[in-house]
Write a protein that binds this ligand. Structure first.
Ligand SMILES: Cc1ncc(C[n+]2csc(CCOP(=O)(O)OP(=O)(O)O)c2C)c(N)n1
Ligand SMILES: [Mg+2]
Length: 800
């Protein structure tokens, strides 16, 4: 053979090996799906949703996926995860069983149902790993299309890294060469989030390759009810770039055509990576051989013709055919691979099950030994033995079974000496196990918010008063200088420096990659922030008004608030969300739906500074921490005068800590944000009639008054009124729950604790609309007065 012939022969051998390796991954994945469904139907796992029918395109995508790249996808992608080496058979089954251990289920430590994938961006101490040295998947969420906003940010990070100088890119990027790969089901493209993201990525020209796995269905609902013309790439044709305008590269490939898919993904990768142009991959003619999930069977909604077509065009069947037709393997070789895959999956499944069950069995044995002991000395021994027998008889015990038995037996030995050992066991066991299900809602690293020390603002002798917005602007200026990785974007943030000029001149100074206008699209503004924060940048996503946060609230709640928790601490997005609200004009510019927000956003810090210095101090604190937060600036505070601190960018408002604005002895008034100015005025007027109120600024709703200062105040005043601008039973109900229930302030109360909130309707327009919708100084005065009247009617005669 000549050297060219040798090379060709070698490369053919190489090629053949690669194809067969791919085939093996596909068939292994398929076996996992088949066996996985059985595990659910036999009761070992609770729910299964699998990647069968979508294997082959994922092999092709994995081939083009490089170190440093990120995936943002959905529950069909097990084959891709296997192909990039981030999902083993054991891990697949550990996820299915809900094995509450990161070691066994690295995707979520059992917190998410199977089929929700992730890699680890952080080490066990919450520190960044080098993401350029590994293949990355952002953690999946179940809400359809919820992966889209984050995908935009993951892609945009490459754009920032390529174009902004001065950032330490070591762990995150090599010249912005990383591609963000999205996957979505055809039916889920009906969601607004999909279209919003597609448009935004076209505008931003980011390296994103978006694959639509099209199997013509969304559960039972056919494409004719989902997509105009039943064809997503056809209707997105207008996004195709041409000589005259930017846009997308749109590529269509049949989902069972392995060589075409490999070539198409190679091309897509190159375009996105080199040119930073987004690519839409419409992968059609896919199937779903076992139906949507374990909750139903597809024979109910697919007719015989469709089922026959699906059998024939199953992507693995077609790949196998192609392999044989092209002499890459004989039927016997293929059969051998199939057989081996079956055996591997069976073995892996067994190992995963044993790894899941054995620790629980050991815990069970420990408990039954203890219970037997207790039974032998108990008057209720017979009954306890019954519990022991039941527990011992369980083939597949759950931790729940153990605790139920232990806690029931505890009641039987309440007056016996056995109680001590048993209650100690229950306490220790719960302490041990609970974190498996509850850890990492917030950062547990050394950069969590409680580790950031307060620094007071300093003022020079010569300091003059300035508009609040100037304090904000000058502080942002200091932050952008201090942190090259900081950037801000939102509607009107760039050119005019935000609608209240808190960013005036910043774009000129720091460039339009770092201080940037965004389209009117709150959910993807949020997504940009999430994705970029997940890749080491420090984005500040601005939502123009608090009232429009609703558009982004879903993604904040489903994605951002759960991210650290759902990865058991292995991914984070320290995103700062800046908005302004509480009180200006009319139904959509003066809302204060804080109850809705704090209840939707556990996992995110929610901060409600009363002025711009406090707000700026929060930004300074947050930039040092690694947690996400929402900061609600007071919309009516930008033109109010504040003193300009000298230590801009350095002073830090502590988080979770209240501030007492006025000491008093008769009643504790608790509030936050713009309402405080009214409370302060009312307190002055109350003094005139001999009522001395103490005023506490909560400052931080999540976390809430960690030092229990409000209870300490109530211990002194014995009375409590909570005032805010939310609906009745909104944030004020939460505040009461914290103060009464968590802090135990009920012990100190001499009067009924009360709340004063806005009306139930949205605030009406105009001065009178405001006066009749929101608490006024008079409302606050009279509410306090009526509490005092009830307590001391002689001193404070009835007003009405
Ligand atoms: C926001 C939201 N609505 C509804 C669901 C329930 N749901 C889960 S998957 C699904 C169908 C998705 O179909 P498609 O996007 O085509 O993906 P496929 O499963 O076919 O791959 C639905 C309706 C959900 N998870 N999230
Ligand atoms: Mg579908």
């Amino acid at each position: 053979m000549t050297s060219t012939e040798i090379k060709q022969a070698l490369s053919f051998t190489d090629f053949k090996a690669q194809v067969l390796n791919d085939y093996k991954i596909a068939i292994t994945s398929r076996e996992c799906s088949l066996l996985g469904r059985r595990e659910v139907l036999t009761g070992k796992a609770k729910f299964g949703i699998f990647g069968d029918g979508k294997e082959v395109p994922q092999l092709a995508m994995a081939k083009a996926f490089k170190n440093g790249d990120f995936r943002s996808g959905y529950y069909r992608d097990q084959t891709f995860m296997m192909a990039i080496g981030e999902l083993s058979i054991e891990q697949f089954f550990a996820g299915l069983y809900g094995h509450a251990s990161l070691e066994h289920d690295p995707m979520s430590a059992g917190r998410q149902m199977g089929g929700h994938f992730a890699t680890h961006s952080l080490d066990e101490n919450g520190k960044w790993k080098n993401l350029t040295q590994q293949k990355n998947s952002s953690s999946d969420i179940s809400p359809t299309a919820g992966q889209m906003p984050r995908l935009l940010g993951l892609a945009q990070a490459s754009k920032i890294y390529r174009n902004v100088r001065g950032i330490d890119t070591t762990n995150f990027s090599e010249n912005g060469n990383e591609v963000a790969w999205g996957t979505i089901g055809n039916a889920s493209t009906s969601e607004g989030l999909f279209f919003e993201t597609i448009n935004a990525a076209g505008v931003l020209q980011v390296p994103m390759v978006m694959s639509v796995w099209d199997d013509d269905y969304g559960i039972s609902v056919h494409a004719r009810y989902q997509t105009t013309k039943e064809n997503i790439s056809e209707i997105l044709k207008g996004f195709q770039r041409d000589e005259n305008s930017n846009g997308y590269e749109i590529i269509r490939v049949k989902g069972w055509d392995y060589p075409e898919l490999v070539a198409a993904y190679e091309k897509a990768s190159k375009i996105a990576r080199e040119e930073h142009v987004p690519v839409l991959m419409h992968i059609y003619q896919l199937t779903q051989p076992q139906g949507h999930s374990t909750s139903g069977s597809h024979e109910r909604y697919k007719n015989a013709d469709r089922l026959a077509w699906e059998a024939e065009f199953d992507c693995i069947t077609q790949m196998r055919k192609w392999v044989i037709e092209n002499n890459l393997a004989t039927q016997e070789e293929i059969d051998a691979i199939d057989k081996q895959a079956k055996a591997d999956v069976l073995e892996g499944k067994k190992n995963a099950w044993n790894a899941y069950l054995n620790p629980i069995k050991a815990e069970r044995d420990e408990l039954t030994a203890l219970l037997k002991n207790i039974a032998s000395a108990s008057d209720n021994g017979v009954f306890i033995e019954k519990y022991v027998a039941e527990l011992s008889g369980l083939k597949e015990p759950q931790r729940k079974d153990l605790l139920i038995a232990a806690r029931k037996v505890l009641r039987l030995v309440i007056k016996e000496s056995g109680r001590h050992a048993l209650s100690a066991w229950i306490k220790n066991y719960t302490e041990d196990i609970q974190p498996k299900y509850s850890s990492h809602l917030h950062s547990q690293s050394d950069r969590n918010i409680f580790n950031i020390q307060e620094v007071a603002p300093q003022y020079n002798e010569s300091t003059e008063d300035a508009d609040g917005r100037m304090v904000m602007r000058n502080n942002f200026d200091a932050l952008f200088t201090k942190y090259p990785e900081a950037l801000v974007f939102g509607e009107d943030c760039g050119n005019i420096g935000d609608v209240n000029q808190g960013l005036e001149g910043m774009q000129e100074k720091y460039g339009d990659f770092r201080v940037c206008d965004a389209g009117i699209r709150e959910a993807t503004i949020l997504g940009q922030g999430i994705g970029m924060a997940m890749r080491g940048l420090r984005p500040i996503a601005e939502i123009q008004y608090l009232d429009y946060l609703l558009y982004a609230l879903q993604i904040m709640s489903d994605d951002l608030a759960t991210l650290h928790y759902r990865t058991a601490g292995r991914q984070k997005a320290p995103l700062i969300i800046r908005t302004r609200g509480h009180r200006l004009e009319g139904i959509w510019h003066s809302g204060s739906p804080m109850g809705m927000i704090i209840n939707a956003l556990r996992g995110i810090n929610v901060l409600v500074p009363r002025n711009m210095t406090k707000a700026a101090g929060f930004y300074n604190t947050l930039m040092e921490s690694d947690e996400p937060a929402l900061v609600v600036e007071c919309l009516n505070g930008y033109r109010l005068k504040e003193k300009m601190p000298a230590n801009l960018g350095e002073f830090k408002t502590p988080i979770g800590v209240t501030e007492t604005l006025k000491e008093g002895k008769d009643i504790t008034l608790v509030s936050y944000g713009s309402t405080l100015r009214l409370v302060e005025q009312a307190a002055k007027e109350l003094l005139e009639v001999g009522i001395d109120a103490e005023i506490i600024d909560i400052q931080s709703l999540l976390p809430f008054d960690i030092n229990h200062d409000i209870a300490k105040s109530v211990a002194k005043t014995n009375r409590l009124l909570v005032i805010d601008e939310d609906v009745p039973g909104g944030a004020s109900a939460y505040i009461l729950q914290q103060v009464i229930d968590v802090q135990g302030a009920y012990k100190y109360l001499d009067s009924k604790p009360e709340t004063l909130a806005a009306k139930e309707h949205r605030p009406a327009y105009g001065t009178d609309g405001d006066y009749f919708s929101k608490p006024s100084v008079e409302d606050i005065f009279e509410k306090v007065y009526s509490i005092m009247y009830e307590a001391k009617p002689e001193e404070f005669p009835e007003l009405y």
